[in-house]
Design a protein around this ligand. Structure first.
Ligand SMILES: CC(=O)SCCNC(=O)CCNC(=O)[C@H](O)C(C)(C)COP(=O)(O)OP(=O)(O)OC[C@H]1O[C@@H](n2cnc3c(N)ncnc32)[C@H](O)[C@@H]1OP(=O)(O)O
Length: 392
C-alpha cells in the first residue's frame, strides 16, 4: 500500500537518487546539492519506508499577458521502475493539484519529459521554442539598424543585479517566463557547470542599456547562446552583431529562442540562419479558471459563454460568462455556450500560444456559435509569442 506524504528536508538526497534512477543520469556533486529540491514543496509516494515516487513543486511567479501569477512549478516527477503504472503519478498529481487549490495559486506549470503524459491532468502545451544556428564564418549582415549605445561585459557575480530589471521588463512585454530571484540567476542561467554545454566556458555576460546576452564559448569555434533579451529590434540587432563577430568563432548556436524570433528575418542572407528545431516547452494548468481568466489582459472587448470540462478540479467545470476587454469578468452562468472545451485546451491557449481557432479546426474545441472561436482568438492575441527560457 503506497502512502502519499511530504518528504522532509532530511530525505532530499533520496529524491536526488530517485531522480538519477528514473532519468538515467549519474548525479554529480553539483547536482547532489539539489538547490531546487531544498526550496520545493516535496511530495513522496512511500511504499513502507521506501520512496517509490516523488514530485516537487517550486513556488514561482509566471508572466501571463499583462500580469504575474503565483504558479506551482512542477518538477522532479518520477516513479521507480518497480512501481510504474500502478497509479502513483496520478496520486501525486492529485495531491499537487489539491495543494495548489489550497494555496490559492491560479496556475501550475511543468516541462514534460514526454508529451503524452500530462494532458490527462489538465495541462496543455502553452509555449513552444525554436533552436537556431547562425553561420558566422562570414560577416552576418542585418537588415535592422543596431542601437549603437555601448555594450559592456559584466562579471557573473554582479550579473543578477544588472540583468534582473531588464528581464522583468521583458516578461511584462512577452508572457510565458518565470520571475527569477538571485539564486535562480546564479544556479540556473549563470551556473558554472552545464552538462549540456560540456567543453564550453563559464557564462559570459554582455549588457546593453536595454538588453543583454548570456553565452558560453568553446575552442571549436562555437558560441552557445544561453539567454538573450532585447527591448527593441535595434537592441536585438546590436546583440546579434556582437555575438556574430566575436573573433575565433564561426557559429552561434541558440538552442532556445521564441518561435517569433527576429533573427531569421533580420539576416540579410536568410540562408545564414537556420531553424534547427521547434519543440514543446511549457505545459500550463489553470488551477482556478475564473481567477486566471480574470487576471490576464485581453486584446478586444467581447463576451463569451465557455463550457469547460475539468475532470480533476470540478470547481472549474461548467459554464462561465467571460467578458474580455478593459474590465474583464468571469462568472458562472446557465446561458447556452458559445464554445465547449476541456481545461487542458483552455490552458494551451491562455498565454496566446495555441489559438482557439486552430483547436476548433482540429476538433478539440466545439464551436456552438459560428465565429466565436475566431473572436476568442482575437481577444487572446498577444503582441509577442509566449516563451520561457527557464527549465525546471
Ligand atoms: C514534470 C516532470 O518532472 S517530467 C518527468 C517525468 N518523469 C519521467 O519521465 C521519468 C521516467 N518515468 C517515470 O518515472 C514514470 O513512468 C512516470 C512518472 C512518467 C509515470 O508514473 P506512473 O506511476 O507509472 O504513472 P501512473 O501509473 O499514475 O499512470 C497514469 C496514467 O499515465 C499514463 N502514462 C504514464 N506514463 C506514461 C508515459 N511515459 N507515456 C504515456 N502515458 C503514460 C498511464 O498509462 C496512465 O494512463 P491511464 O490513466 O489512462 O491509465
Amino acid at each position: 500500500m503506497v502512502e502519499i506524504r511530504d518528504v522532509p528536508q532530511s530525505e532530499v538526497e533520496r529524491m536526488v537518487d530517485l531522480a538519477g534512477m528514473v532519468f538515467h543520469v549519474r548525479i554529480d556533486d553539483y547536482e547532489r546539492d539539489s538547490w531546487k529540491l531544498r526550496r520545493s514543496e516535496r511530495i513522496g509516494a512511500y511504499d513502507g519506508d521506501d520512496l517509490a515516487g516523488q514530485l516537487a513543486v517550486l513556488p514561482m511567479r509566471l508572466a501571463v499577458p499583462g500580469a504575474f501569477l503565483d504558479c506551482s512549478a512542477v518538477s522532479f516527477v518520477g516513479v521507480l521502475p518497480t512501481h510504474r503504472r500502478k497509479g502513483i503519478l496520478t496520486a501525486l498529481m492529485d495531491r499537487m493539484l489539491a495543494d495548489a487549490v489550497a494555496a490559492g495559486r491560479p496556475v501550475a506549470a511543468l516541462w514534460a519529459s514526454e508529451g503524452a503524459i500530462y494532458g490527462r491532468y489538465g495541462f496543455g502545451l502553452a509555449t513552444r521554442a525554436i533552436g537556431l544556428e547562425a553561420d558566422t564564418s562570414r560577416p552576418l549582415g542585418l537588415r535592422t539598424a543596431a542601437d549603437e549605445r555601448p555594450l559592456r561585459l559584466v562579471d557573473v557575480a554582479s550579473a543578477p543585479g544588472v540583468l534582473d530589471p531588464i528581464h522583468i521588463r521583458a516578461l511584462s512585454a512577452r508572457p510565458g517566463g518565470l520571475v527569477r530571484d538571485p539564486e535562480w540567476w546564479t544556479r540556473s542561467i549563470l551556473r558554472p557547470v552545464d552538462v549540456e554545454a560540456a567543453g564550453f566556458t563559464d557564462p559570459r555576460v554582455v549588457v546593453h542599456p536595454a538588453g543583454y546576452a548570456v553565452y558560453r564559448s568553446s575552442g571549436n569555434q562555437t558560441i552557445r547562446l544561453v539567454d538573450l533579451v532585447a527591448e527593441t529590434p535595434q537592441v536585438e540587432a546590436a546583440l546579434w552583431r556582437y555575438l556574430a563577430s566575436i573573433d575565433l568563432t564561426s557559429r552561434v548556436h541558440a538552442p532556445s529562442r521564441p518561435v517569433d524570433d527576429l533573427l531569421p528575418h533580420m539576416a540579410t542572407d536568410p540562408d545564414q540562419v537556420t531553424v534547427k528545431e521547434n519543440y514543446g516547452a511549457l505545459w500550463l494548468r489553470l488551477i482556478d479558471v475564473p481567477a486566471a481568466l480574470h487576471a490576464r489582459t485581453w486584446a478586444t472587448e467581447d463576451t463569451f459563454v465557455l463550457e469547460i470540462e475539468d475532470t480533476r478540479i470540478p470547481a472549474n467545470s461548467g459554464r462561465w460568462r467571460l467578458t474580455t476587454g478593459a474590465t474583464p469578468a468571469c462568472d458562472p452562468t446557465t446561458d447556452p455556450p458559445d464554445l465547449a472545451l476541456a481545461a487542458a485546451d483552455l490552458a494551451a491557449t491562455y498565454l496566446g500560444g495555441a489559438t482557439p481557432a486552430t483547436l476548433t479546426r482540429i476538433g478539440a474545441i466545439t464551436e456552438h456559435t459560428p465565429g466565436a472561436a475566431a473572436r476568442l482568438t482575437a481577444a487572446m492575441a498577444v503582441p509577442l509569442a509566449p516563451y520561457i527560457n527557464d527549465e525546471f
